[in-house]
Design a protein around this ligand. Structure first.
Ligand SMILES: [Zn+2]
Length: 308
């Protein structure tokens, strides 16, 4: 594998750069695998931390392009926050092997696994990755349920406090403020989506499962026959049939998913295709966690209103 070779070569060069970049050393250097986890770390860490995300907001969190620059970032990290549940299985392990940073090794205080403590949905009865299913440990897209975000925020606050006891009170206060803000906003979001209780939606990947569960929406179909498997014509024909039978007329996609496929299905079902980015930072309207959720709820409610 070319990428592994490139990473090894870059890793050899890391010896030289270790120790550089320690200016502002009092700030904890947090690396998150994805921008949504990075946004959460910023809410809890505030001014006491510096946060970098490895994946771009427009990248599929399952398939991030590993780069030598990621190695440098990981090598200098005090903390690594990953989604876990195999979300990053396809790209993070080789990076970590080559980043040579004991502070973020599995089980080290600097390693935070977000899925820990979250009640996973769609956990398969039998473990089977052989048919290409990339959700073999359950559905790892749990960030769209605000109650899961509260669990993760608590874990981040706790772990940061342990790493920097002198700033424990700051992290605790940031968490408290964030946690109450989520409660307040969740009530607002539930009110906005309540008129559409039971509405049927279609998604490209199984990445809106937690949003649907929290806000009482029903996922009628998925354009991918299985997580990570591209849609086949036969499967799409079944999807179209289900959409017509159940009156599902909203298709949710992400910036990195195949919009043309979604548009083709939408044309035959009088549906609308909604781009619903799950990562903050795709556009200005979605810069922070709250901006993103406001945007998703508002966009979805407007589409369901129009198509009901
Ligand atoms: Zn997935």
């Amino acid at each position: 594998m070319q990428i592994i070779r490139t990473l090894r070569m870059a890793a050899t060069g890391l010896m030289a750069v270790s120790g550089i970049g320690t200016s502002g050393a009092d700030k904890l250097n947090i690396v998150a695998t994805t921008p949504d986890l990075a946004a959460l770390a910023r809410e809890i860490g505030g001014d006491a931390v510096r946060v970098t995300a490895l994946a771009k907001p427009t990248e599929d969190p399952h398939f991030v392009d590993p780069k030598p620059s990621h190695l440098v970032t990981l090598n200098r990290a005090d903390v690594l926050i990953e989604g876990g549940a195999e979300l990053e299985l396809g790209w993070l392990p080789p990076l970590l092997d080559n980043a040579r940073n004991a502070k973020i090794a599995p089980g080290a205080p600097g390693r935070i696994v977000a899925s820990r403590g979250v009640r996973m949905l769609e956990v398969p009865l039998t473990f089977d990755r052989s048919r290409g299913d990339i959700h073999a440990l359950g559905n790892p897209h749990f960030m769209l349920d605000p109650l899961n975000v509260k669990i993760m925020a608590a874990q981040i606050a706790d772990q940061l406090a342990r790493l920097r006891p002198a700033q424990a009170e700051v992290f605790k206060a940031n968490f408290k403020r964030f946690d109450s803000a989520v409660d307040r906003k969740l009530a607002e979001w539930q009110k906005q989506l309540e008129p559409y209780r039971g509405a049927k939606i279609v998604t490209y990947h199984r990445d809106f499962v937690y949003l649907a569960a929290r806000f009482n929406l029903e996922i009628a179909e998925t354009l991918e026959p299985k997580p990570g498997i591209a849609p086949s014509p036969a499967h799409l024909a079944r999807v179209i049939g289900t959409m017509k039978a159940t009156n599902a007329r909203v298709i949710l996609i992400q910036p990195y998913q195949n919009r043309r496929t979604a548009e083709t299905v939408a044309r035959q079902t009088n549906a609308v295709v909604l781009e619903m980015p799950q990562q903050p930072g795709v556009n200005k309207a979605t810069a922070t966690y709250f901006d993103l959720m406001d945007y998703l709820v508002r966009t979805l409610a407007a589409a369901l209103e129009e198509k009901q």
